[in-house]
Ligand binder design. Structure first.
Ligand code: MOS
Length: 744
C-alpha cells in the first residue's frame, strides 16, 4: 500500500526482526546442502615451534572419516603474501592455514578432520596425535616493550601520530598543574553470539557458494579467489545474517580457508564451525601500554599533552590503530607530543574491535583529564569546555559539525550531575559509596565508496541492492527507509538485497560507515530512478508533467505529482508504459568528496556520564546509570540507532569492569577461553542506560547528512565509569578492568 509517510528519522522496528525471532533467518552455520560433510579444526597446543609429525592413522580409521588435512597433504595455494591479503589486512605476511610446519601462536589450526557427520569428525579430531618441536615464546607485552618499534609500513586508513607541535616537555616543566600516569587495559575478545563459521556449497564444476560469517561478503570472495586461484564468477559469498561481529569478522578467518580447501579437494559441500574456545585463537583488542602526561595553567587551560602508547601485535603482521592522535585533536593545546609504537608477541594478529584505537586511547586521555580537573579544582565538564576546540588541532581543519557542547549539557542534565560531590568518597547510600563520572567520546565519521542499485516496477515495488552487510546494526531497515521515502512507499513495498558478493560493490561493514555510505548510494540510485521515470512521464502523449522539473514533483501513492497542483500527475505504471519499459533501474556510487576533505574533518562526538555504587566491603561495582549523549549528524532510525549506542555502552561497561582475556605466559596461551571465565556483561550487570541524540545538522559529512553510529557508543564509556569509581571511592584505577581486587 502506497503511503505518504516519511520513514527517515522515524523509529522503525527492524524489517528483519520477524525472521530473526522465528528462526527463519539462517546464519552461516545453519545452511545445509545434500551430502554435506563436516570439518573440525584441530588447534595447535604450543605457542611457537614446529610440527614434527602428525599421527592421523587412528583418526582416519574411524568409520565415517573422509580425510584429515594437514600441512603435509594440503592443496597448493598462492605463493605470494600479497595473495593472502584481504581488504583490511595490516602490513605484513598474513597467516596461512596449514601452509607449513611452523607454529606461530597457540591455538593455530594444525589440521582439519572431515567426516560424514559432526560427531564423527569431533571424535576423530580427538584422536589426532601431534608431535611438536617446541621453541621459546614470549607473550608478555611488558617484556617485549623494550623492543618496541615504529612500524615501517603504515596500515591503510590509520594515520600515524602527527609531528610534535610546540615544545611539550618544556611547557610541562613550566606549567603549574600536572598529571602523569600509566594506563592499560586487558586484552579483550569480541565474543559475538554467533561463532565464526563457513558453509561451502559445492555447486559442481569448481563452482562454490559460500555462506560465511564475515562483515563483508566481497572481502571473503576476493580472498578465496586470490588464495585458491579461482575465477571471480565461480565463487559467490553470502552473509545474509551476522550474529554480531564487532570487528572480529572484518577479515576472513581460517575456518573459511579450511572449508573452501576441503570442498575443492573433496569436490563436496562442507561446513566448518569454530567452537567458543577457538574463537579465542584469533582477533582480539591488543594489550596497549600507555603513558599520559598533561599540564595546565591555573585556569585549567592545557599547556602540554604527551601521550605514548606501545601496542602488541603478532610476529608476522604490523597491526595498527589510531590510539594517540585523539589526544592531539580533541582539545586545544599548543604543545603536543604523541608516539605510537608496536611490540611483537607470539599470538595471532590482533584485530579491530569496536572503535579500535579510540576506545583504547581516549580512555587513558579521559581519565587523565579527570585527574587534571581535580588538580585544577574544576568541574570535569568545565575543564573540557575550557579546552574545547572547534577544529581538529592536529590538522588545523574545521569539523563539518561538532555539537559536543550540547552533548555535555544534555548528558549532565539527564544524569543529574548537580548531585555529584566534588569530594571523592563523600557520598554514601546504605553500604554503598556513590560516585559520578563523565568522559568525552569521539570517532571518525567515514564515507566509503559504495555502489547501490535501485529497481522500481510498475506495481510500485522497489528493490534496493548493494553488497553491504548487516552485522546486526539495522542496515536492512535503514536502506528500506531510504528507498521507501524516495518513492513515498511503505516499508513493506521495498525489498532490500544485501549481503551477497554478486551485488554492487561495497566495502566491509566496519568503522560505523555503512549507514552514511550505503545509505547515500541507495539514495543516489533512487534519485537516478526518479529522474528516468520523470523523463518517461514527460514523454507521455499530452503529459500533465510535460515541462515538470525534478524539483517540482513528488513521488508518492504510485504517482509522480506536480507539487503545486496535485491534479497534474502521471502514475508510475503509465510513465513506464510511455517509456516502453517494464521497470526502471539505476546504479549509483557514493564516494567521499575530495573538496570537503581539503578543508574539513568529520567526527561523531559523545559525552558519557556514569553513576556507580561501590560496595566497600566486597569491592563490587555497579554502574547503576549510564547516560550517553551523542552527536552523530542525522539519525535515520532512532530505534536502531539507540540500540547501537546501548550495545556500545554495554561493551564499554564490560571493558571498565569485566572483560579480560588472561594469558598464561608459561604456556603462551589464553586461559579463560570460554564465556564462563571471560565475563561479558550479563543482564544483572547492566542497569539503566539512557541514550540521547542531540540535534546536529551536517550537510557536508555525507550526501544524506548521516555520520554513522555504533562505535561512538563505546568510546568514553570505560573512562566515565572509571572516573565515577574514583569519585565514589577515592581510588584511581588506571588499569582496566576495575575488578574487585583492585578496589579492596
Ligand atoms: Mo568495526 S571494529 O570496524 O567492525
Amino acid at each position: 500500500m502506497p503511503s505518504a509517510e516519511h520513514h527517515i528519522g522515524a523509529p522503525r522496528s527492524r524489517i528483519d526482526g520477524p525472521a530473526k525471532v522465528t528462526g527463519a533467518a539462517r546464519y552461516a552455520a545453519e545452511h545445509t546442502a545434500p551430502d554435506l560433510a563436516y570439518g573440525i579444526v584441530v588447534s595447535g597446543a604450543i605457542a611457537r615451534g614446529r610440527i614434527r609429525s602428525v599421527y592421523a592413522a587412528a583418526a582416519l580409521a574411524v568409520p565415517g572419516v573422509i580425510q584429515v588435512f594437514t600441512h603435509e597433504n594440503r592443496r597448493r595455494t598462492a605463493w605470494l603474501d600479497y595473495s593472502y591479503k584481504d581488504d583490511v589486512a595490516p602490513p605484513g605476511a598474513p597467516f596461512r592455514p596449514l601452509y607449513d610446519a611452523e607454529i606461530h601462536y597457540s591455538g593455530q589450526p594444525v589440521a582439519l578432520v572431515v567426516a560424514e557427520d559432526y560427531e564423527t569428525a569431533a571424535y576423530a579430531a580427538s584422536l589426532l596425535a601431534i608431535d611438536y618441536e617446541v621453541a621459546e615464546h614470549e607473550t608478555d607485552l611488558e617484556a617485549q616493550r623494550a623492543y618496541a618499534y615504529v612500524p615501517s609500513k603504515k596500515r591503510s586508513g590509520i594515520p600515524p601520530p602527527p609531528s610534535p607541535r610546540g615544545d611539550a616537555e618544556k611547557a610541562f616543566g613550566e606549567a603549574p598543574l600536572h598529571v602523569e600516569g600509566d594506563y592499560s587495559h586487558a586484552i579483550e575478545h569480541h565474543n559475538p553470539m554467533e561463532p565464526h563459521a563457513s558453509t561451502v556449497i559445492w555447486e559442481g564444476d569448481g563452482k562454490l557458494t559460500v555462506h560465511d560469517k564475515i562483515q563483508g561478503s566481497q572481502n571473503s570472495q576476493r580472498y578465496i579467489t586470490s588464495v585458491f586461484g579461482l575465477k571471480a564468477d565461480d565463487v559467490r559469498v553470502m552473509n545474509a545474517y551476522v550474529g554480531g561481529a564487532f570487528g572480529s569478522g572484518l577479515r576472513p578467518h581460517y575456518q573459511l580457508f579450511l572449508a573452501v580447501m576441503a570442498a575443492l579437494e573433496l569436490e563436496r559441500s562442507i561446513k566448518v564451525v569454530l567452537t567458543r574456545d577457538q574463537m579465542f585463537t584469533f582477533s582480539y583488542r591488543p594489550h596497549t601500554l600507555q603513558t599520559v602526561r598533561l599540564a595546565a595553567d591555573r585556569s585549567g587551560a592545557l599547556r602540554s599533552i604527551r601521550h605514548d602508547a606501545v601496542a602488541g601485535t603478532s610476529r608476522y603482521e604490523d597491526y595498527q590503530e589510531n590510539v594517540v592522535n585523539w589526544s592531539g585533536m580533541m582539545y586545544h593545546c599548543d604543545n603536543v607530543a604523541l608516539t605510537y609504537t608496536l611490540a611483537q608477541i607470539d599470538t595471532a594478529t590482533p584485530a579491530d574491535m569496536r572503535a579500535p584505537g579510540a576506545t583504547t586511547g581516549v580512555f587513558a586521555l579521559e581519565i587523565a583529564m579527570d585527574e587534571l580537573a581535580e588538580r585544577a579544582a574544576m568541574d570535569p565538564i568545565a575543564l573540557r569546555l575550557r579546552n574545547y576546540s572547534d577544529e581538529d588541532e592536529n590538522q588545523g581543519k574545521a569539523y563539518t559539525s561538532k555539537e559536543l557542547r550540547e552533548c555535555y549539557r544534555v548528558g549532565a542534565e539527564r544524569i543529574g550531575w548537580s548531585r555529584r560531590s566534588s569530594v571523592p568518597r563523600s557520598t554514601r547510600e546504605g553500604r554503598e559509596l556513590v560516585g559520578f563520572g563523565m568522559a568525552t567520546g569521539c570517532w571518525e565519521a567515514y564515507l566509503q565508496k559504495t555502489a547501490a542499485r535501485a529497481t522500481l516496477t510498475p506495481d510500485g515495488k522497489l528493490e534496493v541492492a548493494t553488497a553491504s552487510s548487516d552485522i546486526g546494526t539495522g542496515t536492512y531497515t535503514i536502506l528500506a527507509q531510504i528507498g521507501a521515502d524516495g518513492f513515498g512507499l511503505d516499508l513493506a513495498d521495498v525489498s532490500v538485497r544485501i549481503a551477497d558478493s554478486t551485488l554492487p560493490t561495497a566495502p566491509v561493514q566496519g568503522g560505523s560507515w555503512t549507514a552514511a555510505s550505503s545509505g547515500s548510494a541507495v539514495q543516489a540510485a533512487c534519485q537516478a530512478v526518479r529522474e528516468t521515470l520523470l523523463g518517461h512521464a514527460r514523454g507521455l502523449h499530452r503529459s500533465p508533467l510535460a515541462n515538470a522539473g525534478i524539483e517540482q514533483v513528488e513521488f508518492r501513492d504510485g504517482r509522480i505529482t506536480f507539487a503545486s497542483d496535485p491534479a497534474r500527475f502521471v502514475t508510475f505504471a503509465d510513465a513506464m508504459r510511455a517509456g516502453g519499459v517494464d521497470k526502471v533501474e539505476a546504479e549509483a556510487t557514493a564516494a567521499p568528496s575530495v573538496v570537503t576533505a581539503l578543508r574539513y574533518v568529520s567526527y561523531t562526538h559523545a559525552a558519557v556520564f556514569a553513576e556507580v555504587r561501590v560496595d566497600e566491603e566486597l569491592g563490587i561495582v555497579r554502574a547503576v546509570r549510564i547516560v550517553s549523549a551523542v552527536a552523530a549528524g542525522r539519525i535515520l532510525n532512532p530505534k536502531t540507532a539507540r540500540s547501537q549506542i546501548l550495545g556500545g555502552g554495554v561493551m564499554g561497561l564490560g571493558m571498565a569492569l569485566h572483560e579480560e582475556t588472561m594469558m598464561d605466559h608459561n604456556l603462551g596461551r589464553f586461559m579463560n577461553h570460554n564465556l564462563g571465565e571471560y565475563h561479558v556483561p550479563a543482564n544483572a550487570d547492566v542497569h539503566d542506560i539512557d541514550v540521547v541524540f542531540v540535534e546536529e545538522h551536517d550537510d557536508k559529512v555525507s550526501p544524506i547528512g548521516v555520520k554513522g553510529l555504533g562505535e561512538i557508543g563505546i568510546v568514553g564509556t570505560a573512562a566515565a565509569i572509571a572516573n565515577a569509581v574514583y569519585n565514589a571511592t577515592g581510588k584511581r584505577i588506571r588499569d582496566l578492568p576495575i575488578t574487585l581486587d583492585k578496589l579492596l
